[in-house]
Design a protein around this ligand. Structure first.
Ligand code: SAM
Length: 165
C-alpha cells in the first residue's frame, strides 16, 4: 500500500499532534501513512473491511452518499486527506470539519481522464480548476497541480495542498 506521491510530498505541512481524517479511506494507505508518523487518524469509508482499528486509528463505517447526516458533525480535524474520491455535495461539510489552520490534501481524477478509462463519468471527475475554486478565499494554497500522471497508472488528476485560513 503505497501512499500517493502527492500526499507523501505535502504531509510535512500537517502540524505534529493533530488529528487526521482519511475520508473514503479504502484500504487505508494514508491512514497507515499518518499513523506510522504518530498521528491519530480517523478512517472513514462505507466499506471498512480492510481497515484495522488501533489506539492510533479510529474506523468509522458510513455511507457518505445515501442522504444520511454527515457522520462527523461537531468533529474537527487538523488535516483531511481525500484521494481518488469525489462527491461534490460533501464539500461544505468537509471544509467545516477542518479546524482553523487545518491542512487539506486532496487528489482525484479530473476531466480528460476518460481517455485512460475509469472513472469517466462527469460526477467522478473534477472540472478544470475545481479544487482551486473550492478553496479560493478560504485557504492559503501551498501547491496545486492539474496534470497527466503515468504512475501508478496513466490518469488525469488534480491535486491540492492548502491551509484553511
Ligand atoms: C478509489 S477508492 C480510494 C481509496 C483511498 N482513498 C485511496 O486512495 O487509496 C474509493 C473509496 O471510496 C469509497 N466510497 C465510495 N462511495 C462511498 C460512499 N458512498 N460512502 C463512503 N465511502 C465510499 C469506496 O468504498 C472506496 O474505498
Amino acid at each position: 500500500m503505497t501512499a500517493s506521491s502527492w500526499v507523501a510530498a505535502w504531509a510535512g505541512l500537517v502540524p505534529p499532534g493533530v488529528d487526521v481524517l482519511d475520508l473514503a479511506a479504502g484500504k487505508g494507505r494514508h491512514t497507515a501513512f499518518f499513523a506510522a508518523r504518530g498521528y491519530r487518524v480517523t478512517a472513514l469509508d462505507r466499506d471498512v473491511s480492510a481497515l484495522v482499528p488501533s489506539d492510533m486509528v479510529e474506523v468509522i463505517a458510513a455511507d457518505l452518499e445515501d442522504g444520511s447526516p454527515w457522520p462527523l458533525a461537531g468533529r474537527r480535524f487538523g488535516a483531511i486527506v481525500v484521494t481518488n474520491y469525489l462527491h461534490r455535495p460533501l464539500f461544505p461539510a468537509l471544509i467545516a470539519t477542518l479546524q482553523p489552520g487545518g491542512i487539506l490534501l486532496y487528489e482525484t481524477f479530473m476531466e480528460g481522464n476518460e481517455r485512460f478509462g475509469k472513472p469517466s463519468r462527469p460526477a467522478f471527475l473534477l472540472k478544470d480548476g475545481e479544487l482551486l475554486d473550492l478553496v479560493r478565499g478560504r485557504f492559503s494554497v501551498t501547491a496545486y497541480e492539474a496534470r497527466m500522471i503515468s504512475q501508478p497508472k496513466m490518469a488525469m488528476v488534480q491535486r491540492i495542498a492548502a491551509r484553511l485560513l
